[in-house]
Design a protein around this ligand. Structure first.
Ligand code: PMP
Ligand code: PLP
Length: 515
């Protein structure tokens, strides 16, 4: 068998791209007898010495868990078993809880101009300096270690490159795969900004049906299989697909997650019909246990150990079954750390990373050093590396699960739900819920959704109609009777509950008034 490689799927434009390094030194052959100087001095790089940087050190003050400053513990229970989520502690007194998995390290780290541990720590002298296109070495190494631990690829020759977030990563993936007229399969409801990246590369998006129902894996496998088997008849004049773009875990907007078994079936199609898979996974680490009636506190015991989480909760990436190196995985720190960092990374075969690196050198150069410095050093110094970082993710996971429970409970308690006008799909990961409106048979869905959004505005609640995230509106109208909800931005549980009440009251009113 030949070595796994993605080379044949890389766009002609990306394959032809050159690099240019004018400071590399002579390009002609050395004269006879040339001997390199043992200690050459730099009068060539146009980079300012770090002594010109006005920042000498940066102190970063951190919390132990999300919402630490707004949570409190009811101390009526001397065993300190729970965290109040409302902030209204019964005893009136609050204390800092001894959290499971909490770091014993100080809550503050200092980043200095020079560090003695250059392998792990990014100091100011290197972090704020010109640096490699693929990212600063300690952070690049962290991303490799992190992927080894969470989603180890099924082949050897893979690597990572730091990006300016998933949005940037997606653009780079589209650019290195798609030539003009190349076709890319896309889940029919999707993160639509990606369509602009596809268009920019000259690609043609083709929607793939989704099954938006409880327990579904998302992509309609029968539809996709038939489409690929009968491509020439169904899509005359279009090239066979070069790639599939999928948000396999906590899909945006549906919230659906593909099981590992399902991923294997999709992957087999990718091998059979020779297309790449762009796996966009901003939400995958935020796995959620099934819905349960929410409590007014978080049980500390619900924090998993890292081992349990990796073994039984995290759905393995397509990378883990990628024996032919055709998966490009897009990661981001936006949802796990903070979106304003504009920081993420890509995992793929070295040839794909090389093509992405050449494109990055052209469009974004290297990612923000400040962001790399903060993320890397917080993870290393505060959390102590990969497992400590995963423990922070577990704390986010519990908080998100609670919020999901609060929102679904508010919907379950509503008239509209009891009247079966609405339904929800309990997400297994992420921050999105499909809120389904059961319009009567024969309803003009487009018209009713258009009216409902005004009803939601009247009742004071913001939602995203699924149809706004369709690749092709006409293709998807029959399956568009849903809205995307999210419990991510709310300040408090009360806000989520009130949002759920307004949402369902709006639908009830809509049905009461004869739609
Ligand atoms: N233009 C010129 C003329 C330069 O010399 C340089 C830096 N060497 C740049 C642009 C790149 O600047 P920046 O670091 O802001 O991307
Ligand atoms: N991909 C998906 C599926 C998203 O939902 C988002 C953010 O909403 C992004 C990519 C963009 O993420 P980033 O902030 O990392 O650019």
């Amino acid at each position: 068998m030949s070595e796994p490689s993605i080379t044949h799927l890389i766009s002609k434009r990306a394959a032809a791209r050159k690099t240019l390094h004018f400071t590399d030194g002579p390009t002609n052959d050395p004269p006879k007898g040339f001997k390199a100087h043992p200690n050459p001095l730099p009068l060539h790089w146009g980079m300012p010495n770090n002594g010109f940087f006005p920042i000498d050190s940066i102190d970063v003050n951190l919390v132990e868990y999300p919402f630490q400053k707004s949570l409190s513990i009811p101390v009526t229970n001397a065993s300190l078993e729970s965290l109040s989520l409302t902030g209204s502690s019964e005893g009136g007194q609050t204390v800092t809880p001894p959290l499971v998995g909490a770091s014993t390290k100080a809550n503050s780290i200092r980043i200095t101009r020079h560090s003695d541990d250059k392998k792990k720590i990014i100091d100011i002298a290197s972090g704020l300096q010109y640096s490699p296109v693929n990212g600063l070495a300690p952070l690049v190494q962290f991303t490799r270690d992190f992927i080894e631990r969470t989603h180890k690829p099924a082949y050897e020759d893979w690597d990572t490159i730091i990006t300016g977030g998933a949005g940037d990563g997606l653009n780079k993936a589209a650019e290195i795969l798609l030539d003009p007229e190349d076709v890319i399969l896309i889940e029919e409801f999707t993160f639509t900004p990606f369509l602009l990246n596809v268009e920019h590369a000259g690609g043609i998006p083709v929607p793939v049906k989704l099954d938006i129902s409880e327990g579904s894996n998302g992509i309609d496998l029968d539809y996709l299989t038939d489409l690929l088997e009968n491509w020439e008849a169904l899509k005359p004049g279009l090239r066979r697909p070069k790639a599939l773009y999928t948000i396999a875990t906590g899909q945006n907007p549906s919230g659906l997650t593909q099981s590992l078994e399902f991923r294997k079936k999709i992957y087999n199609l990718a091998v059979k019909y020779d297309f790449a898979i762009i796996e966009d996974d901003p939400y995958g680490y935020l796995t959620l246990p099934p819905y349960q009636k929410p409590q007014s506190y978080l049980k500390l015991g619900t924090f998993l150990t890292v081992e349990e989480y990796l073994k039984n909760h995290l759905t393995p990436s397509y990378l883990t079954i990628d024996t032919t190196a055709r998966v490009i995985r897009i990661e981001t720190f936006s949802k796990l750390f903070a979106p304003g960092l504009r920081l993420g990374f890509i995992v793929a075969h070295k040839k794909a990373i090389d093509a992405i690196s050449k494109y990055a050198a052209l469009v974004t150069r290297f990612p923000s050093g400040t962001s790399q410095l903060i993320v890397n050093n917080v993870i290393e110094k505060k959390f102590g590396g990969v497992d400590g970082w995963l423990q922070w993710i577990l704390k986010m996971r519990v908080t998100y699960a609670h919020r999901r429970d609060v929102l679904l409970n508010a919907i379950f308690e509503s008239e509209a739900y009891k009247n079966k006008y609405v339904d929800v799909i309990d997400p297994q990961a992420g921050m999105f819920v499909s809120f389904i409106v059961n319009f009567p048979e024969g309803t003009d869905i487009e018209e009713k959704i258009g009216l409902l959004v005004w009803k939601f505005a009247e009742f004071g609640v913001g939602v995203v109609p699924g149809i706004n995230m369709a690749v092709e509106k006409k293709f998807s109208l029959d399956r568009a009777n849903f809205f995307r909800l999210t419990y991510a931005p709310a300040n408090t549980d009360e806000e989520i509950i009130e949002g759920g009440k307004r949402l369902t009251a709006a639908v009830q009113d809509f049905f009461d008034k004869g739609l």
